[in-house]
Design a protein around this ligand. Structure first.
Ligand code: NAI
Length: 377
């Protein structure tokens, strides 16, 4: 099967998420890194793209140059990844979708709900794929959890509790580090800091595993480092459309917590826990029964959990291969086989509606508010 051409915007040398995209996209041989505008500094971006093997005429100084250079090539990119800071996602994603490219956009997809709705409409109109990188949803044991809920293994879900709380922005003396600062600067990050950065992964995960959507929420935000305009800690209570009760804590000042992303789902006949720091295991307890450790790669798992695991039982697979699972499903979708579970622009829009609702709720003292995007009400 011919390889697909892949282009990347952002994710330059030293960036946080760039390496995971390159490892993920290239892991299964579906894609070749054919083009890139990798850095906000044109020369640095060109040089790094060439160092990664991109031909000189496709190592671009910025994304507008890349769009102009790629759009009429016979071998143009089959997929473009947008891995720049949040405030740039909308214009880049929109421009590439409108030019007929498939796009994988980093989260949060946009910074406003209106922009999110526009992306959903453009993706619908052009028929191009617009996926959003909720990569944690592609871990095999997360797919097992989703399949267990779908198959009724824990009964109706009563309660979901999720945390994405780390301590890596907890050092006040590092608050001016440019790679930290933009996340709390409304001009670069939008209306929300930590909730839009990490909280939406947790919220997406709750929806993804419970196979349900967030309907309303109540939020409490705090900026615990005084120089920060946007919140670095948030507690969000929510309800899903089928009545499931949701609790979410997200923080970047929880010193001692490392990655700090976990989820517990409690149903009428059982419950389970998954954590990104032990992603190979799902800890499952049937009501009245013993707690079991379900292990990636063991017999008897649901199909999607089997499909998305490549290495043998007990071998760690980890974050880049979860990202690779997103790229595998994108490659299938580009070749015409749509896979259930690939996070789409609709998920990106729902997150953005939740972010804006949480900001408004926090300002209103935690008032409960409708968290659905107007387009989906
Ligand atoms: P970063 O600050 O570490 O790196 C940003 C990179 O983008 C740098 O290489 C910078 O030079 C480049 N860049 C900035 N503006 C650009 C432009 N206009 N054109 C081309 N390149 C440009 O940021 P990080 O942490 O890698 O985050 C990037 C995006 O990825 C954010 O939207 C963030 O929310 C998301 N992210 C997602 C994660 C996930 O788990 N899905 C994890 C970490 C980040």
């Amino acid at each position: 099967m011919a390889k697909l051409n892949w282009g990347m915007i952002g994710g330059g040398e030293g960036s946080q998420i760039g390496p995971a995209h390159r490892l993920g996209a290239l892991a299964d041989g579906h894609f070749t890194l054919a083009a890139g505008a990798l850095d906000h500094r044109a020369d640095v971006g060109r040089d790094y793209a060439k160092a990664l093997g991109v031909a000189a005429d496709r190592a671009y100084g910025d994304w507008t140059e890349m769009l102009a250079g790629e759009r009429n090539r016979p071998d143009r990119c089959d997929l473009v990844t947008v891995a720049t800071p949040n405030s740039t996602h909308f214009e880049i994603t929109k421009a590439f979708l409108e030019a007929g490219f498939n796009v994988l956009c980093e989260k949060p997809m946009t910074v406003t709900v209106e922009e999110g709705e526009e992306i959903v409409r453009i993706a619908g109109k052009t028929g191009k794929i617009c996926a959003v990188n909720y990569c944690y949803s592609a871990y095999p044991m997360v797919r097992q959890a989703r399949a267990m809920v779908r198959n009724g293994d824990i009964g109706r879900v009563r309660l979901v509790v999720t945390n994405f709380s780390h301590g890596h922005h907890g050092d006040a003396s590092d608050a001016d580090n440019p790679r930290v600062r933009w996340r709390y600067d409304p001009a670069m990050a939008g209306v929300s800091g930590q909730f839009a950065d990490c909280g939406i992964h947790a919220l997406h995960m709750a929806s993804f595993i419970c196979d349900d959507e967030v309907e309303k929420l109540s939020a409490d935000f705090a900026s615990t480092i005084a120089s920060r305009v946007l919140e670095d800690d948030a507690m969000v209570n929510f309800r899903m459309t089928r009545g499931t009760v949701g609790r979410l804590w997200t923080s970047s000042v929880a010193i001692g917590r490392q990655h700090g992303f976990d989820i517990q789902v409690f149903g009428e006949t059982g419950g389970f826990r998954w954590a990104s720091e032990q992603p190979n295991q799902l800890i499952y307890t049937p009501v009245g029964g013993r707690t079991q450790i379900m292990e990636k790669g063991e017999g008897g798992l649901y199909d999607d959990a089997k499909r998305l695991s490549r290495v043998a039982i007990a071998h760690p697979e980890g974050f880049p291969l979860a990202v690779a699972n997103i790229y595998c499903d994108l490659a299938d979708a580009i070749r015409g086989q749509t896979r259930d579970g690939l996070p789409t622009a609709a998920s990106g829009l729902r997150s953005m509606a939740a972010v804006h609702t949480a900001v408004a709720s926090a300002k209103a003292g935690g008032a409960w508010m409708d968290a659905r995007p107007p387009m989906f009400r």
